[in-house]
Design a protein around this ligand. Structure first.
Ligand SMILES: Cc1cc2nc3c(=O)[nH]c(=O)nc-3n(C[C@H](O)[C@H](O)[C@H](O)COP(=O)(O)O)c2cc1C
Length: 314
């Protein structure tokens, strides 16, 4: 039977658009196994919807706007978006592609999920999440799991594409990309920012895997298969940063959102963030590697397994 698939997303730079396009190519791929095919050529309908904020986030960013987005992102305050027009009243699968901002769902991603149309469509529907991030998406995914649960959706798979370069390097290169608008090498010395072209192109493989499970009408084992295909790669170092940083971001967001001289406080936050990224984080990670990590191997393995999965912490 033909399946109806909805792919919902927003992309500011176009990177997530490319990821979605490759994933959809996989979703539309011919059947690998005839066992899965009920009728050759009857692969289903894939509807792709790119959401548009009413006041879109201009790209490239200015430094001021980049940091100004923090409080509303972290406090999960949605922004108005154009009405999401859907062709169907119900889908067999929803693919929700998003990008984290400040360890939370980006404002546009959050705004998509806040609409009545999307809430309605998510109810009792299997969902696969597709993330295009720098390298820190664990906290945003935990927030998303809660939103999906509240909407009555059933998270069955997650794919997270990241910049594979070292943390400080990717922080420098992403800032270059965000402020200049070009996804190219900073000074001709640094690696290209963001998700690599190779990883973007490889997203087809994950689309194909999701299609196979969709045709079986059984998503049991989908996430294990995606993990086996390296659709998520959890780094223990980032688990530590993501455990500590969201609480600090929340304090900053609450504090700044209540200030009359917001612009001045955002400058203070900017220097705090740069200090945290380039000075505090490396120190925390070094201390952790020497003093804690060797004695916490089982706990780290357990946590890694949790983040690889689609279940929700009690
Ligand atoms: C304001 C802002 C904050 C971001 N914060 C994070 C973050 O916390 N974690 C992360 O992995 N990537 C972060 N990124 C990178 C984005 O998730 C995304 O990969 C990148 O902006 C590509 O944009 P697009 O998906 O809109 O095309 C941030 C980007 C922006 C613009």
């Amino acid at each position: 039977m033909s399946k109806k698939i909805l792919v919902l997303y927003y992309s500011q730079t176009g990177q997530l658009t490319e990821i979605v396009e490759n994933f959809v190519l996989g979703l539309k791929s011919p059947f690998v196994s005839s066992r899965l095919s009920e009728r050759e050529g009857d692969l289903g309908v894939v509807e792709v919807v790119r959401a548009k904020p009413k006041n879109d986030f201009a790209f490239p960013w200015t430094s001021e706007r980049f940091f100004d987005a923090m409080p509303e992102t972290v406090l999960a305050i949605p922004a108005p978006i154009e009405k999401i027009e859907l062709k169907e009243a119900k889908y067999d699968l929803v693919v929700f592609a998003y990008q984290p901002w400040y360890l939370s769902l980006s404002i546009p991603a959050n705004s998509i999920l806040a609409t009545d149309e999307v809430k309605k469509i998510l109810k009792d529907t299997p969902v696969v999440t597709l993330i295009g991030a720098r390298n820190m998406w664990l906290s945003s995914q935990e927030k998303l799991k809660k939103i999906l649960k509240e909407a009555g959706a059933n998270l069955v798979g997650n794919i997270a594409l990241v910049d594979r370069n070292q943390n400080s390097i990717s922080a420098i290169t992403i800032l270059h990309w965000m402020m200049n608008g070009k996804k190219d090498s900073y000074l001709g010395i640094f690696p290209k920012p963001g998700v690599s072209d190779e990883d973007i192109s490889n997203t087809k493989v994950f689309g194909k895997t999701v299609l196979e499970f969709l045709q079986k009408v059984n998503f049991d084992g989908l996430q294990q298969q995606l993990v086996y295909q390296n659709a998520v790669d959890i780094k223990p170092d980032y688990m530590i940063i993501e455990k500590l940083a969201p609480r600090l971001f929340l304090i900053w967001a609450n504090f700044i959102s209540k200030r009359k001289n917001r612009t001045a406080w955002l400058v203070v936050y900017k220097y705090y963030l740069l200090f945290a990224l380039f000075i505090i984080a490396p120190i925390v990670l070094t201390v952790n590697a020497i003093l804690f990590r060797p004695f916490m191997r089982n706990k780290i393995r357990e946590k890694k397994k949790y983040y690889e999965g689609v279940g929700m912490m009690e």
